[in-house]
Design a protein around this ligand. Structure first.
Ligand code: UD1
Ligand code: CA
Length: 414
């Protein structure tokens, strides 16, 4: 099998997003767009990924760190997608390999589609192969131009299309697989002869065809997977599609999502079998939920939440950076932040942990089988012994517990 590498283009300034941030760091269901593209490359077994960064490059590198399979390549001036690929020349030009070229702003990419490209490539003797998509509205995408026999002739960018070409609805989602040597020799010949005056990767492809090499275009990309994110509106549209995928996987794993349209679950969340997620629940961040839990309606789970099995969180309950052990009940209007809550603890309606003292965040530890009455305020840092009983409406601080002394320590009320 040929060695396979990938180049991901992520250097562009995103004027249409109107952002100071690198476009590929904008998040889709809690993860930066680039993370999904990297995942897809890894899933099809590339040995190295060359990520071309430029605008806000340091931000991107800092967020992703230095994976052993990632090589960061700088494109100092963003002169176009062909120029971006050319920045990898010193690393790759002498290689005999297959080179995938993908865009960092295409988070909906699926490894399955890349596999189709790889299979077709291995079967034929093509110099390049690209996966195309057929869209109802092709506006903004490069159009695939074919001859009368259906052979691909080239790609024309939206801004360079004639009226006839604009009507073509087969588009270029930017999923390419090249014979590496053919790619780099074609890139040298690309000129910025277009409306925008940029070096277009799509012209490299047209050049490869013009020099008599065999190039294949396979309609392998589903319309929903073709979307490149160039604007905030497209970011939210891509997020919606990704959210459907996240929920689909969870449902296949045995999670009940009562109303998928009114539920939002982070792509990093893990949820166990037979857990029920009620409507209007928002799960954000790396959250772990065990089996047979019931969450919501209107629950808000944030980064660092761990729910063990059989936990019930009800209406308007917010949990952050906390572990709730098996059997915990917090059915109404609670905030549990930076806490460790023991088994079978009952948190009454409206009870909260006061985890922030104005300067720092403090932890609360609640032992097994505690009963917290309604409307209690637990002022952190605080440790409640197992079996403690906190009366409704109590404000509990470590000091107040210490004053009660040993005798009354398990029956906290003021
Ligand atoms: C590109 C394709 C178009 C395709 C569409 C699919 C070209 C010329 N056009 O258009 O055919 O339909 O993607 O989404 O390739 N980038 C760099 N350096 C640069 C310029 C861009 O790294 O100098 C990166 C961008 O950060 C982005 C990607 O390349 O991740 C694509 O660039 P973008 O400007 O978004 O291209 P499109 O106009 O969407
Ligand atoms: Ca784009």
């Amino acid at each position: 099998m040929a060695d396979r590498v990938a180049i991901i283009l992520a250097a562009g300034v995103s004027s249409r997003m109107n952002t100071q941030m690198a476009k590929v760091l904008h998040e889709v269901c809690g993860r930066p767009m680039l993370a999904y593209v990297l995942d897809a490359c890894r899933e099809v077994g590339v040995s190295k990924v060359y990520v071309v960064v430029g605008f806000a490059a340091a931000q991107v590198q800092e967020r992703f760190g230095n994976g052993s399979d990632v090589v960061w390549v700088r494109q100092e001036r963003q002169l176009g997608t062909a120029h971006a690929v050319l920045c990898c020349k010193e690393h790759l030009e002498d290689f005999e390999c297959e080179t995938l070229v993908l865009c960092g702003d295409g988070p909906l990419i699926r490894a399955e589609t890349l596999r189709t490209l790889i299979e077709k490539h291995e079967g034929g003797q093509s110099a390049a192969i690209l996966a195309t998509a057929v869209l109802e509205d092709p506006t903004g995408y490069g159009r695939i131009v074919r001859d009368a026999y259906g052979n691909i002739q080239g790609i024309v960018e939206d801004s360079d299309c004639t009226k006839e070409q604009r009507a073509i609805n087969e588009v270029n989602p930017s999923y390419y697989l090249f014979n590496n040597k053919v790619l780099f020799s074609a890139l040298d010949r690309v000129r910025p002869d277009n409306v925008k005056g940029e070096y277009y990767l799509t012209d490299a492809l047209s050049g490869i065809i013009a020099t008599g090499h065999k190039v294949l275009a396979v309609t392998a990309v589903r319309p929903e997977e073709a979307m490149g994110v160039n604007s905030r509106a497209q970011l939210s549209a891509a997020s919606k599609i990704m959210q459907r995928r996240v929920q689909q996987t969870l449902m296949e794993n045995g999670v009940t999502i009562v109303d998928p349209d009114n539920t939002w679950i982070d792509a990093r969340a893990q949820i166990g079998q037979d857990t029920v997620i009620e409507p209007f629940t928002y799960i954000h961040g790396e959250v772990e939920i065990g089996r047979s839990c019931r969450v919501g309606p209107f629950a808000y789970l944030r980064e660092g939440t761990v729910l063990e099995d059989d936990v019930v969180l009800g209406v308007y309950t917010e949990v952050k950076n906390s572990t709730l052990s098996e059997g915990v009940r917090a059915r109404h209007h609670s905030f549990i932040g930076d806490a460790t809550v023991g088994r079978n603890v009952n948190v009454g309606a409206g009870s909260i942990t006061a985890n922030y003292d104005g300067r720092k965040v403090n932890r609360t530890q609640i032992g097994d089988n505690c009963y917290i009455g309604s409307g209690a305020v637990l002022i952190a840092p605080l440790e409640l012994r197992a079996g403690s009983h906190v009366s409704a409406g109590t404000v509990v601080s470590q000091e107040s517990i210490d004053k009660l002394g040993e005798k009354a320590e398990s029956d906290v009320s003021t």
